[in-house]
Design a protein around this ligand. Structure first.
Ligand SMILES: O=P([O-])(O)O[C@H]1O[C@H](COP(=O)(O)O)[C@@H](O)[C@H](O)[C@H]1O
Ligand SMILES: [Mg+2]
Length: 583
């Protein structure tokens, strides 16, 4: 057995290590500065209770983006020096964010060991490569992202750190080879186990869904399917699940080889960045020539986000979670005994609220950030939740789950078509969505993103919008001056959330303008970027009349969009005449 020792390395605080909505995300060159990653990792160890470090089992893996391999070796050496007992790594350092959550919750080592936390190496949907982004976040024993209490502590530690521990003489571990390597350290044995990235996750999915019914759907001549991993880690799960387990054609997988730079693309599953899929589904500027698939989906870099498309049809993420919730009990075995409750993030449309009301379900509105759902799930209050930011999931784990969302949709389609798979007319994605609108009404919804805006200008715009809220008559005068037929603003505030489980309060979670007819304008600054600021503007309008739910969304929302842009003086503050991305 190879022996190792450890050293205390002198270090000093480095500015700007405050975790955002989902961990610390910065340019690779920032992470590669001396001590940068090390300071953050040691600050995390120091923020945890001793029993979660010494003698513990931790998972270290991620979406495989550039710098991950180096980062994994550094974290292994630091874990060894800090007294961690064993590290679990997905083969080649690959584990999707939902798979990490599943591994923490479900995996049991040969000696009965269980993981108590994980370092997830990802910057999610941000591009990768030497000049792009890297990221790291810590997840806890429940499989979910560390709560604010811990991330605040980590940040405080980064401001005072003066040393970190590292086993410099521990040799690099071959993370491509499955198996266990044992080392001997000052406090005893230290193991690094490399395991197949998909095994625990596939097992979990099979326990949730009826794979046989999905397999029948995928093999039906009536149905065609397509999945785009955008060269993210989703590719490591797509083949084992969709092809090997469910019998899809290999040709239905696009960009499913994980790459360090995501093939030079932007691994964000939306209508702008998932270009190839969008074209294949007949929604692009230059559409593919052949037969269009009935169903298409894309994932982000770490495969927790998802976009669902039908033939020439986009499903908004806000509708997606509402539709999954409305159909879950009959279509998905995991939910057959009923839903405990449902939840959405504040800027997500109220489509889910209407379903919750119809089905008499507990309902929660939380701030943006998956960690807020975790408490509700741990307390048994929520089964299904989702966000406008292409995140959907359930209490099977404590992260959003892109492949789960695809399997949920396939389950619903399979259920609706169980009588007509061998012939007959297919109930399509579009049919399912339109029927949903006819039953529950439609929440017209769009999001405008202004990426990489000057941070100072973005702050000024937000401050201006808050100030404006102090006089509603003034707001309404402006609104009416822009479009006299837009309804009145009934109230305006900054969203504040009191967690019903632990009573913690989160303030300043987005600026809201709520209209008398149920329309909403929401403004917030993204918490996931790595440079400058991204302003997000969310626009929503409810239509109950089923004869009016079939309009083009941008057209239906045009007056409200106009009001939002002029009321916020968007162009004046940002210098931008158009958003970077519209979804
Ligand atoms: O980036 P991910 O996929 O980890 O997603 C993260 O950020 C999203 C918001 O991003 P922003 O603050 O930019 O609007 C959240 O909705 C999500 O819960 C969180 O996990
Ligand atoms: Mg992500």
């Amino acid at each position: 057995m190879v022996m190792f020792s450890f050293t205390r390395k002198q270090s000093a605080p480095i500015d700007g290590q405050k975790p955002g909505t989902s961990g610390l995300r910065k340019k690779v060159k920032v992470f590669m500065q001396p001590h940068y990653l090390q300071n953050f990792v040691q600050s995390t160890f120091n923020a945890l209770t001793t029993d979660k470090v010494r003698g513990a089992t931790l998972v270290v893996s991620g979406d495989g983006r550039y710098y991950s391999k180096d980062a994994i070796q550094i974290i292994i050496k630091m874990a060894a020096a800090n007294g961690v007992r064993r590290i679990w790594v997905g083969q080649n350092g690959l584990l999707s964010t939902p798979a990490v959550s599943a591994v923490i919750r479900e995996r049991v080592g040969v000696d009965g060991s269980k993981a108590s936390g994980a370092f997830i190496l990802t910057a999610s949907h941000n591009p990768g490569g030497p000049h792009e982004d890297f990221g790291i976040k810590y997840n806890m024993e429940n499989g979910g992202p560390a709560p604010e209490g811990i991330t605040d502590k980590i940040y405080e530690n980064t401001k005072t750190i003066n040393e970190y521990l590292i086993a410099e003489d521990l040799p690099d571990v071959d993370i491509a080879a499955i198996g266990v390597t044992s080392f001997g350290g000052p406090e005893g044995q230290f193991d690094v186990e490399i395991f197949y990235s998909a095994s625990d996750y596939v097992k979990l999915m099979k326990s949730i869904f009826d794979f046989e019914s999905i397999r029948k759907l995928l093999s039906s001549p009536n149905f065609t399917f397509c999945y785009d991993a955008l060269h993210g880690v989703g590719g490591a799960y797509a083949k084992p699940i969709f092809v090997e387990e469910l019998g899809a054609q290999e040709s239905s997988l696009l960009n499913c080889t994980p790459k360090e730079d995501f093939g030079g693309g932007h691994p964000d599953p939306n209508l702008t960045y998932a270009k190839e899929l969008v074209a294949r589904m007949g929604l692009g500027k230059s559409d593919s020539q052949g037969e269009l698939p009935e169903f298409g989906a894309a994932a982000d870099g770490d495969a927790d986000r998802n976009m669902v498309l039908g033939k020439r049809f986009f499903v908004t993420p806000s509708d997606s979670v509402a539709i999954i919730a409305a159909n879950a009990v009959e279509s998905i075995p995991y939910f057959s005994s009923g839903l405990k409750g449902v939840a959405r993030s504040m800027p997500t449309s109220a489509a889910l609220d209407v379903v919750a009301k119809h089905l008499k379900l507990k309902f929660f509105e939380v701030p943006t950030g998956w960690k807020f759902f975790g408490n509700l799930m741990d307390a048994g209050l929520c089964s299904i939740c989702g966000e406008e930011s292409f995140g959907t999931g359930s209490d099977h784990i404590r992260e959003k789950d892109g492949i789960w969302a695809v399997l949920a949709w396939l389950s619903i389609i399979a259920y609706k078509n169980k009588e007509n798979l061998s012939g007959g007319k297919l109930v399509t994605v579009e049919d399912i969505v339109r029927n949903h609108w006819a039953t529950y009404g439609r929440h017209y919804y769009t999001r405008y993103d202004y990426e990489n805006v000057d941070a100072g200008a973005a702050k000024e715009l937000m401050a201006y919008l808050v100030k404006l809220q102090s006089s509603l008559p003034e707001v309404n005068k402006i609104v009416k001056g822009i479009h006299s037929d837009v309804s009145n603003v009934a109230s305006a505030d900054e969203f504040e959330y009191k967690d019903p489980v632990d009573g913690s309060i989160s303030k300043h979670q987005g600026i809201r303008y709520l209209f008398e007819d149920g329309s909403r304008l929401v403004f917030r600054l993204s918490g996931t970027g790595s440079e400058g600021a991204t302003i997000r503007l969310y626009i929503e309008q409810y239509e109950k009349d089923s004869s009016k739910t079939g309009r083009d969304s941008q057209e239906a929302l045009a007056p409200l969009v106009d009001v939002a842009l002029k009321l916020s003086k968007m162009q004046e503050f940002t210098g931008r005449s158009a958003p970077t991305v519209i979804t």
